[in-house]
Design a protein around this ligand. Structure first.
Ligand code: APR
Ligand code: PHB
Length: 397
């Protein structure tokens, strides 16, 4: 088999890249180790920056998002029993976020891929990248995990295979630097069958720990609370979860958290990770394969999307004008935006969580910071600008 771009992984990065390339007349084949059902059912985050939602529309894959996604003009920071609204729309000259679950985005992209007749192989096994630093890299794999060993010959490989995928290891250790930070807390996430308690997301800081009220649909709510890093779901009965959420979210103005049957629970670890560079020879990493952010800033999916926008532009310049300069600058352009999202995600994590190791002094600084960003026009504008998504800075050195 031969193609122009071999894409490893059908997450947001791989699927969005395939769609972008298709729109520019560039061929690709997607190789994915999980089944279509697994991908379409895994619960992940759900906040689309303005640029991500715009791209879905430009690519013609936004019908369901336009119908089912919820456009939010603001978010709330809550602390000391009081809410502080951040008006994203006014503070950013008209930008918004769309709340639409990641697995719904994936369903839309998979059906678009199939509708365009593009090759996508699910449930493949033994994926191996070969000759990534030559002009004809190859990928070996087996269909349905145990089929014959097949080979896909290509011009470029896009490593969109997430944090645990094999692609990153093909940048030799001496040629890459990895930056990593693990946070001493986790999030326990629930899906509850209940109507929304709030029209917008609530990020709550409390002495007992952080809580986040998000949503999925008029009937299903997504809610998180900070738990210990090595906590176990077994410690968290439904009663304990609700009672803790009530305490952390309570306000003086009579706001109420609406309960409902909990239909799903999971614990998510919190880490930051960046691999620099994100490219080697003809291999380009995108999304979680190259970087991880803690979920507090809701940036994971959006960063995967901005990476592949940069990659698609580089590939288009290469195929249409024989110009490799944009591909050469891929890492540089991506990492500028990645590091800003890492900064924002770390900032939001530090600002909003309970840190058992903070001294009384650090705790007062944290409270002063919360007070500042929710009362100063400059503080508010900075949160809003980052939350709706920074633009890609296309400068090359
Ligand atoms: N061969 C083929 N596919 C693989 C392999 C492999 N050896 N290893 C992993 N994959 C697949 C995974 O099964 C997954 O479907 O690569 C895909 C990677 O998808 P994601 O992990 O979703 O990563 P990405 O597309 O970069 O999207 C990042 O997704 O995980 C969330 O929070 C994250 O929002 C962020 C976004
Ligand atoms: C979610 O809805 O899953 C969600 C929302 C905001 C975040 C993280 C996750 O910061």
């Amino acid at each position: 088999m031969r193609t122009q771009v071999a894409i490893i992984g059908a997450g947001p990065a791989g699927l969005m890249l395939a769609q972008l390339l298709h729109s520019k007349g560039i061929e690709s084949v997607i190789l994915e180790s999980r089944t279509r059902a697994e991908i379409e059912e895994t619960i992940r985050a759900g906040v689309l920056e303005q640029g991500t939602a715009d791209l879905m529309r430009e690519l013609g894959v936004a019908d369901r998002m336009n119908r089912l996604g919820q456009v939010h003009d603001g978010i709330e920071f809550r602390f000391h029993r009081k809410g502080h609204r951040i008006n994203l729309n006014e503070l950013t000259g008209g930008k918004r976020v769309t709340i639409y679950a990641q697995h719904e985005v994936l369903k839309d992209l998979i059906s678009a891929r199939i509708a365009t007749g593009g090759e996508i192989l699910f449930n493949v096994g033994d994926v191996r990248l070969l000759d990534v630093d030559t002009e004809s890299p190859r990928v070996q794999f087996r269909r349905d995990k145990d089929g014959e060993l097949e080979e896909l010959v290509c011009d470029f490989i896009a490593g969109c295979d997430g944090f645990h995928g094999p692609s990153r290891q093909h940048i030799p250790q001496h040629a890459r630097t990895e930056y990593s930070e693990v946070f001493p807390m986790s999030w326990l996430g629930i899906l509850a069958e209940a109507p929304p308690s709030s029209p917008e997301l609530i990020y709550a800081h409390h002495d007992r720990g952080f809580a986040l009220v998000s949503t999925r649909s008029p009937e299903i709510q997504r809610i998180y609370l900070q738990v210990d890093a090595h906590d176990d779901l077994g410690n968290w009965s439904d009663e304990r979860i609700w009672s803790e959420l009530h305490r952390r979210l309570e306000t003086d103005d009579g706001w109420t958290l609406i309960e409902g049957p909990i239909i799903q629970k999971n614990i998510v670890g919190m880490r930051s990770f960046v691999c620099d560079p994100m490219q080697y020879g003809r291999l380009f990493l995108a999304g979680d394969a190259a970087h991880i952010v803690p979920p507090t800033g809701a940036k994971g999916l959006n960063l995967a999307v901005s990476d592949v926008v940069v990659l698609a532009k580089g590939l288009e310049a290469y195929y249409k004008q024989g110009n490799a300069a944009w591909l050469q600058a891929y890492s540089e352009i991506c990492l500028r935006r990645v590091w800003k999202a890492e900064r924002f995600s770390n900032y939001m994590t530090a600002l909003l969580h309970r840190h058992a190791n903070y001294s009384p002094f650090q705790r007062q600084i944290q409270l002063a910071e919360l007070d500042y960003v929710t009362s100063s026009p400059v503080g508010l504008a900075s949160i809003a600008e980052n939350y709706v998504g920074l633009p890609i800075d296309w400068r090359r050195s």
